[in-house]
Design a protein around this ligand. Structure first.
Ligand code: SAM
Ligand code: SF4
Length: 351
């Protein structure tokens, strides 16, 4: 079997080893999805019955993942690697993958986005393997709401996971929260109070059209402006003078509050829909079945798994990755009338 041809063309691409695109950006932040499966069923992400999972034979094995990350770090200029899913903690090989990536030269920063279930048990092992930080998703601290929102009664496991991460030194421990109207939209100040009390860094994420059920509705989503108004009713926020760079979150300093290191406590809002930051995006994504995506909202993918399994060498894989990223669009275009939600839901892309 020959190596399948790569799809997008690279007309005009400069001779640059990095993952540059036509709009002057270079991707240095790699998101790797380790599985599309999950032990929760958050309503904004998955239907109650789950999804048709990717076939096992299509999933990259641990060695394949490590090889692709190595190519990204050594040949393509990636400096930051984040593991996500689905739920990455349910992948048995996670500590070994983390250890192998942490041993790369130059060593990338290594983080994990997780729902926190099982983190209390795993945090120390992951820290010892080389993980630097975690982001834990928590949308409500009310047990009944949590059960309704995630369709599982696991709030206590998530809270224990957060505490375990802080104890193991996976800091700063960040919390990601999505607010949904009439579900948890009144909870912004309570979530911030909770985060400040425990020394976690809270970031709200605007809900995006990436749910498998295609139920997202622009007119009913909770906007960054609404979140900030709700927070300001209880807290005084000052714009964070620190350089934002490619970071998606706009951050504010919370007056009178300090973080565990004694510095000013911060709260962030990721306004992907109402204040897109595509012009500064430095992401490249790898799905659990070995497809490169230039954007969460991309409708095209480039197959690295096929090339890898057909015997392509590292430079050929790197070349395909570069070509895939050269085709990255200027922005996600959610507000464009021609916007099409990608066929893959968030859980199968890697959020
Ligand atoms: N299972 C892990 C978790 O929940 O953190 C990792 C994968 S999850 C897809 C990554 C992040 O995407 C989570 O913080 C989750 O809240 C967020 N997310 C999922 N669906 C979303 C949507 N439709 N809009 C905005 N954020 C979403
Ligand atoms: Fe699972 Fe994360 Fe999706 Fe929730 S947001 S269903 S925890 S993948």
């Amino acid at each position: 079997m020959g190596i399948p041809p790569s799809a997008p063309v690279s007309v005009g691409r400069p001779n640059d080893d990095r993952l540059v695109d036509r709009f002057g950006r270079a991707a240095t932040d790699l998101r790797v999805s380790l599985t599309d499966r999950c032990n929760l069923r958050c309503t904004y992400c998955m239907p109650a019955e789950g999804l048709a999972w990717l076939p096992q034979r299509n999933l990259l094995d641990d060695e394949e993942i490590i090889r692709l990350v190595r190519i990204a770090v050594r040949r393509l200029g990636v400096t930051e690697v984040r593991f996500t899913g689905g739920e990455p903690l349910i992948r048995p090989g996670l500590p070994a993958i983390v250890a192998a990536v942490a041993a790369l030269e130059p060593r990338p920063t290594l983080s994990l986005t997780t729902n926190g279930i099982g983190l209390a048990r795993m945090a120390r092992t992951l820290r010892d393997a080389g993980l630097d930080r975690v982001n834990v998703s928590l949308d409500t601290i009310d047990r009944e709401r949590f059960t309704r929102l995630t369709r599982r009664d696991r709030l206590d496991d998530v809270l224990a996971g957060l505490a375990g991460a802080a104890e193991a030194g996976l800091t700063p421990v960040k919390i990601n929260s999505v607010l949904m109207r009439d579900v948890n939209s009144d909870e912004a100040p309570a979530l911030l109070r909770f985060a400040l009390a425990h020394g976690y860094q809270l970031r709200f994420i605007e809900q995006m059209p990436l749910d498998a059920q295609h139920a997202w509705d622009r007119s009913s989503m909770i906007t960054a402006e609404e979140i900030l108004t709700a927070l300001r009713a209880e807290f005084t926020l000052h714009p964070d003078p620190a350089e934002r760079g490619g970071a998606p979150a706009e951050t504010w300093l919370v007056e009178g509050a300090t973080d565990p290191s004694g510095g000013p406590a911060k709260v962030g809002v990721i306004a992907s829909v109402t204040r897109p930051f595509c012009g500064d995006c430095d992401r490249t994504r790898l799905t659990a079945d070995g497809q490169v995506r230039a954007c969460l909202f991309a409708t095209e993918e480039s197959d690295l798994r096929g090339a890898l399994r057909a015997g392509a060498d590292d430079e050929e894989i790197a070349r395909r990755w570069r070509v895939a990223m050269w085709g990255k669009r200027a922005g996600h275009g959610i507000d464009d009338p021609s916007f099409l939600q990608p066929a893959r839901p968030m859980s199968a892309i890697g959020g």
